[in-house]
Design a protein around this ligand. Structure first.
Ligand SMILES: Nc1ncnc2c1ncn2[C@@H]1O[C@H](COP(=O)(O)OP(=O)(O)OP(=O)(O)O)[C@@H](O)[C@H]1O
Ligand SMILES: Nc1ncnc2c1ncn2[C@@H]1O[C@H](COP(=O)(O)OP(=O)(O)OP(=O)(O)O)[C@@H](O)[C@H]1O
Ligand SMILES: [Mg+2]
Ligand SMILES: [Mg+2]
Lengths: 300, 300
C-alpha cells in the first residue's frame, strides 16, 4: 500500500518544502505516482510548483473546514506522476475554525478523514500546469483537464514550522515521518522536542506512526561541526534499534543534500530542480535520496 | 539616548540570533555598552554566548511573569561592554501565563515596563562568563560578580520566529526594527506581513516605532536570484521615502553578511565570532555592519 510521509520539523527554513518538492518530483520521475499536500499557510510548496493562485477554486483550507468539499475538487496535476493539493494563505485560519473540535479529537483527524477516499482512488479535475520557461506567475495553465484515477504510491505532506494543529493533522494521517535538518549546532535539541511530539501522537491517536529518517539539507563540505552533529544523530538513532521507540528503524538518509543555489532558484520559476537544471548537484542529490527513501520501508 | 532595536523576522532560520549576537558583540567592541535580550524560548542567544543554564537563578520568564523580579536580577555580563538577559525553555509558557491580560494591553507592555528602569541605569549581580576555549557547557563561570551601573547605548532584542505575544512585546518596547533576511524567492512576501504587523503596533500601541533596515544574511556570491530580490527590497523601501510609513527611512544595510561556516560554528563554543575567529569573513562583515548600523539613526 502507499506510503504516507509527513515532512516535518518545527524549526523554520531547514529544507522541508525544498525536500517535499524535489524528493516528490524525483519519486515521480522514478515512476511512482506521487501526491504532495501543502499544509503550510505560507503555501510555498504550491508556489514552488507553479500552482496559479488565481485559478484555485478549492484549497486545503476548504478541504479541512468544509464538509462538502472532497479532495478530488482540490487536486492539481503538475507533472507526470505528480499531483498537488495546494494551500492558500487562508489556511492560517484553520486553527481558529476547528478550535471547538480540538478536545474531541475531531480537529486532529480532519485531514485523514478527507484524504482516505483519495488515497484509495481519486480522480479530480485539475489543471495541467504548463512547463514553459517563464516564471510561474506568467505561465497560463491549460484548460481544465480531468485527472485520471490514480493510486498514489507516495503521499508527502509539507508541514509548517510549528507543532500546532496543522502539523498534528499530518502526524495523525501519516504512517512515517521524514525530518529535514541542517547539521548545525543545536539541531539535535530541536530533534528531541520533535520526537517527543511524535511519541505523544503515536500514544494518543496514531499507533502506527514511525520515523523513517533524517535528511541532511543545505550540507556544506564536511566541517568539524557538521561531522559532530551527524555523529550525534546517528548515535541517537543507533541506540534506539530494537526498542519500541517510533525512531527505532530511522536512518540518516544518504546522500546529504549539498548546498546548491540552483535549489533556491528553481521555485522562482515554478519548477522542481529536475525541470530547472537536471544536471546540477541539487538534482543529483535528490534523485539519489529518492532511491534511498523508496528502498527504506519502516513499520509493517 | 540609547537605541532599542527589535531583531525580528517571523520566518525561521534567517539569521536573527546570529545577527543579534554578532552585531551586538561588534558594537560592544566599538565601545558601545550593549545589552542583548533573549526573547526566544529556544534560548539560542543565551546558549550562543555561553550562559550556563544551571547557574541561571532568574530568566526572562521570571522577569515577564513575576512582578517581584527586576531586570538587575536577570542580567549577565558576557564580555566587555556586553550583557545578556537570558531565556530558558520555560519562556514558551509566557503566552498562557499572560493570556488574561492580553485584551487590556497589559500583556503586550510587560517587557517595556520591566526594562525601563534598566534602560536608565542598572547594576546587577551577574556572572562574568569565562572566555576559555572549551565549549560553552564545559566552561566554569567566575564567582558571581556585581555588574557596574551601565547606561546601555544599544539594546537588541532577539525575537522568536513568530508574530506572537513575545515578538509583540519586543515591538512595543523597541524604537526601531532591524530585519535579517535571506535574499531568496519569497523573502519579499514575508516582509510584507512583517511590515503590516509593525504598522499595527505603531498605530495601536507604539507610535515611535520605525524600521531601521534590513540585513542580508547568509549571502551567497551574487546570483541572479539574490540580485533580483535585493533590487525588489530596495525599490520597495525607496518608494516609501518621505511618506509616513514606518519604513520610510529604512535601508538595506551594507555589507551583506556572507555565508561563512565559522558563523555557524562559533555558537557551539559559546562565543561570538570575534572571540572565535576575529579574522574570518563573518567577523569582518559583522564589524562593518556594526559601523553602518551605528551611523544610521532613524526617527527623532
Ligand atoms: N540545498 C540547498 N541549497 C541552497 N538553498 C537551499 C537548499 N535547500 C533549501 N534552500 C533554500 O533555503 C530556504 C529555506 O528552505 P525551505 O523553504 O525548503 O525550508 P522550510 O523548512 O520549508 O522553511 P519553512 O519553515 O519556512 O517552511 C529556501 O529559500 C530554499 O530555496
Ligand atoms: N552567514 C552565515 N553563514 C553560515 N551560517 C549561518 C550564517 N548566519 C547564520 N547561520 C547559521 O544558520 C542557522 C540559522 O541562523 P539563526 O539561528 O541565526 O537564525 P534565526 O533567524 O535566529 O533562527 P530562528 O528562527 O530559529 O530563531 C544557524 O545554525 C546559524 O549558525
Ligand atoms: Mg516550508
Ligand atoms: Mg533565533
Amino acid at each position: 500500500r502507499g506510503r504516507v510521509i509527513a515532512m516535518m520539523n518545527q524549526k523554520g527554513g531547514v529544507g522541508k518544502t525544498t525536500t517535499a518538492v524535489n524528493l516528490g518530483a524525483a519519486l515521480a520521475r522514478l515512476g511512482h505516482p506521487t501526491l504532495l499536500i501543502d499544509l503550510d499557510p505560507q503555501a510555498h510548496l504550491s508556489l514552488h510548483l507553479g500552482v496559479d493562485h488565481d485559478q484555485i477554486t478549492h484549497s486545503m483550507y476548504d478541504l479541512l473546514t468544509d464538509a462538502e468539499v472532497a479532495a478530488s475538487q482540490v487536486v492539481w496535476q503538475v507533472a507526470e506522476n505528480l499531483a498537488v493539493l495546494p494551500a492558500e494563505v487562508n489556511l492560517a485560519g484553520v486553527e481558529a475554525e476547528l478550535a471547538d473540535r480540538v478536545v474531541t479529537g475531531a480537529a486532529q483527524n480532519v485531514l485523514k478523514l478527507k484524504l482516505m477516499p483519495l488515497l484509495n482512488r481519486v480522480s479530480g479535475v485539475g489543471y495541467r500546469v504548463s512547463q514553459g520557461s517563464e516564471p510561474a506567475h506568467e505561465q497560463k495553465p491549460d484548460t481544465r483537464t480531468p485527472i485520471p484515477d490514480t493510486r498514489y504510491q507516495f503521499v508527502i505532506i509539507d508541514c509548517p514550522p510549528s507543532l500546532g494543529l496543522l502539523t498534528i493533522n499530518a502526524l495523525v494521517m501519516a504512517r512515517e515521518v521524514i525530518v529535514p535538518m541542517q547539521a548545525h549546532f543545536l539541531a539535535l535539541q530541536g530533534l528531541g522536542k520533535l520526537f517527543e511530539t511524535i511519541t505523544m501522537v503515536r500514544q494518543g491517536i496514531n499507533p502506527q506512526l514511525r520515523v523513517g529518517g533524517v535528511v541532511l539539507c543545505m550540507h556544506e563540505k564536511q566541517t568539524l561541526l557538521a561531522g559532530e552533529v551527524i555523529g550525534d544523530v546517528k548515535r541517537f538513532l543507533e541506540e534506539a534499534r530494537h526498542t519500541d521507540q517510533p525512531w527505532s528503524e530511522a536512518v540518516v538518509f544518504d546522500p546529504p543534500i549539498r548546498r546548491n543555489i540552483k535549489l533556491a532558484e528553481s521555485p522562482s520559476f515554478g519548477k522542481s530542480i529536475f525541470d530547472y537544471d537536471a544536471a546540477c548537484h541539487g538534482a543529483q542529490d535528490y534523485e539519489k535520496l529518492a532511491r534511498s527513501v523508496a528502498a527504506h520501508r519502516v513499520g509493517k
